[in-house]
Design a protein around this ligand. Structure first.
Ligand code: 4AZ
Length: 246
């Protein structure tokens, strides 16, 4: 996250770290991407984060990657469902969404606590210009290796027509994407934040409106972050999880 601040414990309880098995390191798993808890047994992430066949876990309820916190819950990734139409081109990433089916100790899933709680799915599209929150452990203006502490920043939803102007992203955007950020630059998601949440307040709940997907570098003027537009995938999510979201 560029232009971010450290997250206060318990304020983004749906943020998770997607980790892959690592060898010859002090810890058995290393952070690769963000993710969002949407039910006790399910998280969303970006499809481009998935390395098929790798042993993966999701860490929920933690704020720092280098230290184990008492609030943390480690969940094994039991199944990965990558969107059928996920596609990467040199200039954009399409349908960048995947579902992770989780399994905790003794077959249970995530245990809801003050620090671990699912985000809601959006009920309807939100207006351009509203303020939403992005978060993650990805690259910062200070470090190419990312942040040990979970960071967050506020971004604005950017009009799709505006974001498709030639000076911004031109014709590569489609309905599966949304732009958010600050056109003057400085505040943005970055590598390592991918798959993590863009949440917005809708009525009294926080809804996961976007997933960190791609952008032309990070924090640049006229190059806002591009996010998977979650409202386009509500039927897909319901059909794959068999959950009737409220
Ligand atoms: C990346 O490389 C990446 N500024 C993720 C997000 C953004 C740019 C790049 C958005 O994974």
């Amino acid at each position: 996250i560029f232009g971010g601040l450290k997250v206060t414990p318990g304020t983004l309880p749906w943020q998770v770290s997607l980790q892959v098995r690592a060898m010859n390191t002090d810890r058995p798993f290393k952070h690769v991407c963000g993710g969002v808890l949407i039910a006790s047994c399910w998280a969303l992430t970006a499809a481009h984060c998935i390395i098929q066949g790798m042993d993966m876990q999701v860490l929920a309820g933690g704020l720092t990657l280098a230290t184990t916190e008492t609030t943390e819950q480690a969940l094994r990734v039991e199944d990965v469902i990558v969107h059928e139409n996920f596609r990467e081109t040199p200039t954009a990433v399409y349908n960048d969404i995947a579902l992770l089916r989780l399994r905790g100790n003794n077959g249970a899933c995530a245990n809801e606590t003050q620090f671990v709680k699912a985000a809601c799915l959006p009920g309807a599209p939100l207006p351009d210009g509203i303020e939403c929150t992005i978060s993650g452990w990805g690259m910062t203006e200070q470090s190419r290796y990312g942040s040990n502490h979970l960071l967050q920043a506020n971004v604005l939803l950017i009009n799709q027509q505006k974001c498709s102007e030639p000076a911004i992203y031109g014709k590569v955007l489609d309905v599966s994407m949304l732009c958010a950020g600050h056109l003057q630059g400085g505040v943005d998601s970055c590598q390592g934040d991918s798959g993590g949440p863009l949440t917005c307040k809708q009525n009294t709940s926080h809804v996961v409106y976007g997933l960190v997907s791609w952008g032309d570098e990070c924090g640049r003027e006229n190059k806002p972050g591009v996010y998977t537009r979650v409202t386009q995938y509500l039927d897909w999510i319901k059909s794959k999880t068999h959950i009737r979201f409220p």
